[in-house]
Design a protein around this ligand. Sequence first.
Ligand SMILES: Nc1ncnc2c1ncn2[C@@H]1O[C@H](COP(=O)(O)OP(=O)(O)OP(=O)(O)O)[C@@H](O)[C@H]1O
Length: 746
Amino acid sequence: MMMITIEVIQPKALTFSTSTSNAKTKHQRYSLHVQSQYHQWHLPSSNFPSITMIRSRGRRTIVTCSFSSSSPSPPNEEEEEEVVVDGERVNTNVKTLFRRFWKVAAPYWFSDDKAQARLRLGAVFALTLATTGISVAFNFLGRDFYNALANKDQQQFTKQLIFYLGGFAGGIPFFVLRDYARETLALRWRSWMTTYYMERYLKDQTFYKIQSQSIIDNPDQRIVDDLSSFTGTALSFSLTLFNAAVDLISFSNILYGIYPPLFAVLLVYSLGGTAISVFLGKGLVALNFLQEKKEADFRYGLVRVRENAESISFYGGEENEMQLLLQRFRSAFENLTKLLISSRNLEFFTNGYRYLIQILPAAVVAPMYFSGKIEFGVINQSVSAFNHILGDFSLIIYQFQAISAFSAVIDRLGEFDDILDSSSSKSLADSSEEICLMYCSTKSVARLEFNASIPLDRCRKLLDIENLTLQTPNKATLIQDLSLVINRNDHLLIMGPSGSGKTSLLRALAGLWSTGSGKITFYVNDGDDAQPPPSSNVASEMTASPERPIRRHSGSIFFLPQRPYMVLGTLRQQLLYPTWAEIEIPMKNGNKQSGSPPFLMQKSNLEYVGKKLTKPTTDDLVQVLEDVRLGYILSRFRNLESLQEWSSVLSLGEQQRLAFARLLLSKPTLVLLDEATSALDEANEVHLYQKIKAAGITYISVGHRRTLYNYHSRILHVTSVDSVNDQQNWHIEAVIRDVFNLSKSS
Ligand SMILES: Nc1ncnc2c1ncn2[C@@H]1O[C@H](COP(=O)(O)OP(=O)(O)OP(=O)(O)O)[C@@H](O)[C@H]1O
């Protein structure tokens, strides 16, 4: 194992902060312990891009990586990528940038909102065209106005003045409306994109995979900030380009008509200027990319302090937090300093470029005026036309900062999009190397079994684990060849030393981890009224083929983690989570409202496959709070609509009881409890287990306490795996309750 300090910009760029030029690493795959300022990863060779070449250029070391299909999220399989060590990243080429731009931008224009989108875009372009026409009219008005002034023709001057004022009154609304239409379209596009990205982010536990495997940094910032600036900037850039093209055509005629050599001067000036600005600003894209990341890291650090305020205070960790936060801020600050220096160098040039053009056209055409070939107004007209055309030709120069910031946004969003796509395509692929997780309809099984005369006791089955070998995402084996059947009312306790893989087994059952082999089948009761959600082909397939693998939760199965998750919301929302949403988006005829903003989505997209439950009434909620001995919090917080930071105002034991209240409301067939009563006293523990048993819920618990023996019929003992012998590291035994009583009396 090689220790290196590394900063990873996933999935392609690796910026090493220490030199790793080591000839021995050439052409080898390594198991790397990767450590950044904020994260640590252990990446085995199979998960890490193989290093095919290391070169040194002065202080900089360049590592060329080859991404194989097993790399975390390769952009393209077996793609060669160059990454820079101890320097800025250079991996984004123009082709990739265009590919990513199209991939991110296109879906909206072909979505179900496409009619509105295209109509509005057409309107924005039409208004832009109108504003260009108005600019051309002003150019001619200006010529006649100054001619009248130079000729001391008062009557003509007054006439031109009235035209000018009339032109302002009629023309200005077009400019305002163009901007308004563009911004509302950008907002609409953003709201659609936000829903689209959030849907994919929350689907198939992608958010969990991204977070637990540190696949990319700050997905939240990409959804909030990057999407907003992408839609706004993409629209304004397209319009700027369109405007520039129309402007160029309109004003080129004018300028060429006045004096052709002036046109040649303009071409040379703008092309030379563009080349110099590209040269001066070439580092800005990478710096902007890093700036976005570092700012988001800093903000995330502050959010974590807020979320863990109590733990930090108990530890007295303020000093440490301050150091860590300052480190993040310093990193953003240093990068911003570099960014400012690059911008300053570019600005020296752009400003000079911009000011010179104020006198250049006048200087070129002045000899013609002195020789009497042109009137004075023509000088003004040529300056105006020259400025317009030069502005069009100099787009890259004027917008270089914005273009480089936009490229960074495209890069970050494209990377995110690739990962979301690879996650969903992976989830659909039925890989033979993965644990196969299935939800099987008991109704269909019963029907099949009736036809095939298979014993009906299979209908009692809730869970069947066959030859399960479970590994961590980095392939360390935790459980070897586990086979187990859970029937109705057959309550199982999982015990074992810390780190042996008990929670990981629940992760595999929940579909969060799939590394390993074997098969897990849940037998879910989908109820008589279960209708497949319109967008899902899963449920309908289930009826046709009951053992088709699907990757989603069923309402029949519930998971309770050790630290319950408290949602942001009222007490009522806490209790309804996750089975019901308190706020339901109104739909017309069950479909999306016509003309509604594109962010409204059908609730059924998020619904469980499985039985549908009627939503509990206020009385039900009050009763369930009593059932879990939490009735007193109602009077303490006034009513169910009370809004609090629940994870702070409730003790861990109270949060665990609230989680049991959710469980009793949802009435699943099977529940998986991960040390879900660890913070409770024995009396409350007994009470809650009795409640869920009385509700007919079968449970599988993970725990260390011997008091748990009382409520379970069997124990699965897991021990640490023996890496040499590859033997089974588990055994099951029936609970002998005397054991508990004996231990209690001793
Ligand atoms: N995301 C991860 N990537 C790699 N390894 C992990 C990850 N999460 C946990 N592990 C490792 O998997 C092993 C099993 O973890 P697990 O949480 O299942 O243990 P456990 O038996 O529930 O422990 P405890 O009783 O302490 O809660 C541990 O060695 C842990 O370090």
